[in-house]
Design a protein around this ligand. Structure first.
Ligand code: ZN
Ligand code: ZN
Length: 273
């Protein structure tokens, strides 16, 4: 769909899966775990996941009064940066957190992460007062952006999100293992025609054979999903900790043989759609 006026601004702060990998050979794509910022021009930031990439984003957001955070699930690589997210510790900044879990469970899970013996500062101590919300199947709106949750196929579950505004749309579908007909069909339906598909592409097809059930997809799955959904651009995401820059670039080349407009997410990269 063509759009007029301000579309969506997308910025990658963390693109790695599983664990941070700050090695010299990974610096082109980056070593921080999942965190992507989306915003409508002039609107508040909508942050996807709180992996270690969220720490640097927090420094950029100093003084920002309202920040929305959408969590896919609670595996460490998606929440581990939260205790170091600067705005969380400022009384003048409000953090509005969403996940598919009921608010009480979302709150309990994040409070447990930031408590003894895991962390010296408790999430329950003022001024840390995030608001907790449940992302339901009906969708909701934050920061002027319409959000549609998508249930993905992952151990313990993961929730993807489609964000749309002014005719522009981004689908964030990380921690998803293709192969479940119900989940695959739902993802294809929601992603149909999206401008940008950011999707879990952790493995090669060969690696996946040894890691079935671990909850992640391959560059080939991603390219096929992109083609079937008719998205405009494919962004490979959740790079394997063992994959250095050269190896990530090789995955992109492979994926382009199936779906040409493919790139790999890299830290600091911004896209305007
Ligand atoms: Zn993950
Ligand atoms: Zn996960």
């Amino acid at each position: 769909m063509e759009h007029s006026g301000a579309g969506l601004h997308v910025q990658f702060w963390g693109v790695r899966g599983s664990i941070p990998t700050p090695h010299a050979a990974n610096m082109r794509y980056g070593g921080n775990t999942a965190c992507v910022e989306v915003r409508l021009q002039g609107g508040p930031p909508v942050v996807l996941d709180a992996g270690t990439g969220i720490r640097r984003l927090g420094l950029e957001l100093r003084g920002c009064p309202l920040i929305h955070l959408l969590l896919t699930h609670f595996h460490w690589d998606h929440i581990q940066g939260l205790p170091f997210f600067d705005p969380l510790h400022h009384p003048a900044q409000t953090l509005d957190v969403w996940s598919s879990a009921p608010p009480a469970r979302l709150q309990a899970t994040l409070e447990q992460q930031m408590s003894t013996p895991y962390f010296p500062v408790n999430l329950t101590e003022p001024p840390r007062r995030p608001s907790y919300n449940q992302a339901t199947g009906h969708g909701f709106e934050v920061g002027g952006i319409k959000v549609q949750p998508i249930e993905l196929h992952h151990p313990g579950g993961s929730t993807g999100y489609k964000l749309s505004a002014n005719g522009a749309s981004v689908v964030y579908a990380t921690d998803h293992e293709p192969g479940s007909a119900v989940h695959d069909a739902a993802l294809l339906e929601v992603a149909a025609g999206a401008d940008l598909l950011i999707i879990d592409s952790q493995y090669t097809p060969e690696e996946h054979q040894a890691r079935e059930g671990w909850g992640h997809g391959t560059w080939l799955d991603s390219a096929r999903t992109a083609r079937e959904a008719g998205v405009k651009r494919l962004i490979l995401f959740h790079h394997d900790p063992a994959r250095d820059d050269e190896a990530v670039a090789a995955l992109v080349e492979n994926a382009r043989t199936e779906f040409f407009p493919t790139e790999a997410a890299r830290e600091g990269w911004t896209i305007q759609i």
